[in-house]
Ligand binder design. Structure first.
Ligand code: ADP
Length: 263
């Protein structure tokens, strides 16, 4: 599905809801620096079968991302970036190989268990941001916490603190339509972080932004990474990837180059 803007049901559920998992306090905002890699993918293959035709979108990919890394995944259209993102994000199942996410083997989990892991471990930022237009910025950010049974006062406190962290302390009561594209993407980032995920997974997060907003958002990613958050960003734009500390390039379902593989 090269360049497709269609989202899977799971992606929409993830962005709009995120649920049911108790969360740790935001005070521990930096990603946990455990000895386990956040992402440990080994020899992963993904085959799509459409009628009589089989497409091998990933042809044996191994990738390790440690806690605290900031990695950009690049590659031309059709090279397998979205497929990899869906697997890393527990949005799709791999055909063969293995995937450990923060030490947990998720290779053969049921879709239901994957949904729980996804909600607990991954903060998604999609190109369209998927903010709910009827809700103010802080309500969009706190939404995942309502499903986790966190008290209202604490939810607001945490949402406001994160909005302040991404530079939107003076916009907490604004609705998405009252915010610029760059500001909307910062709200989406704050929402991605509210459940204290092991990693932020961003799919073309600057794809819908002008160059000024792009620079603005990339600087927030850099700050969050300096705070210790692990970031994996999918992009086809070289100048966006240049902001990451490590660039992994895909071609034809394989890793073509990796500027800084983990030790
Ligand atoms: P990229 O994100 O780099 O553009 P994709 O991961 O979307 O690449 O696609 C990799 C290959 O897998 C392409 O040849 C694409 O046509 C194919 N593909 C992706 N999704 C599907 C699908 N749901 N069904 C069949 N083929 C698919």
């Amino acid at each position: 599905m090269p360049e497709s803007t269609e989202q899977t049901a799971a992606q929409i559920e993830v962005a709009a809801g995120i649920p049911e998992w108790p969360t740790a306090p935001i005070e521990q905002a930096a990603a946990p620096h455990s000895a386990e890699p956040v992402v440990d993918i080994r020899d992963v293959r993904k085959v799509y079968s459409t009628g009589a035709v089989e497409v091998e979108a990933l042809r044996g990919v191994s990738l390790r991302v440690d806690a605290g890394e900031y990695v950009a995944i690049m590659g031309p259209s059709g090279s397998g970036k979205s497929t990899l993102m869906n697997i890393i994000g527990c949005l799709d199942l791999l055909t063969s190989g293995s995937y450990r996410l923060a030490g947990e083997d998720v290779s053969h989990m049921s879709e239901e268990d994957l949904a729980m892991v996804r909600n607990r471990r991954i903060g998604f930022v999609f190109q369209q941001f998927n903010l709910l237009s009827g809700l103010t910025a802080w309500r969009n950010v706190e939404l995942p916490l309502t499903y986790a049974g966190v008290r209202r006062t604490e939810r607001k406190e945490r949402a406001v603190r994160l909005l302040e962290r991404v530079g939107l302390g003076d916009r907490i009561d604004h609705r998405p339509t009252e915010l610029s594209g760059g500001q909307q993407s910062r709200v989406a980032l704050a929402r991605a972080l509210v459940n204290r995920p092991s990693m932020v997974l961003a799919d073309e997060p600057t794809g819908a932004l002008d160059s000024k907003s792009t620079a603005d958002v990339l600087s927030v990613f850099e700050e969050l990474n300096s705070d210790g958050h692990t970031i994996v960003l999918i992009t086809h734009e070289a100048d966006v990837a240049a902001h990451a500390r490590r660039v992994v390039r895909f071609r034809d379902g394989l890793i073509e180059s990796d500027s800084g593989a983990a030790r």
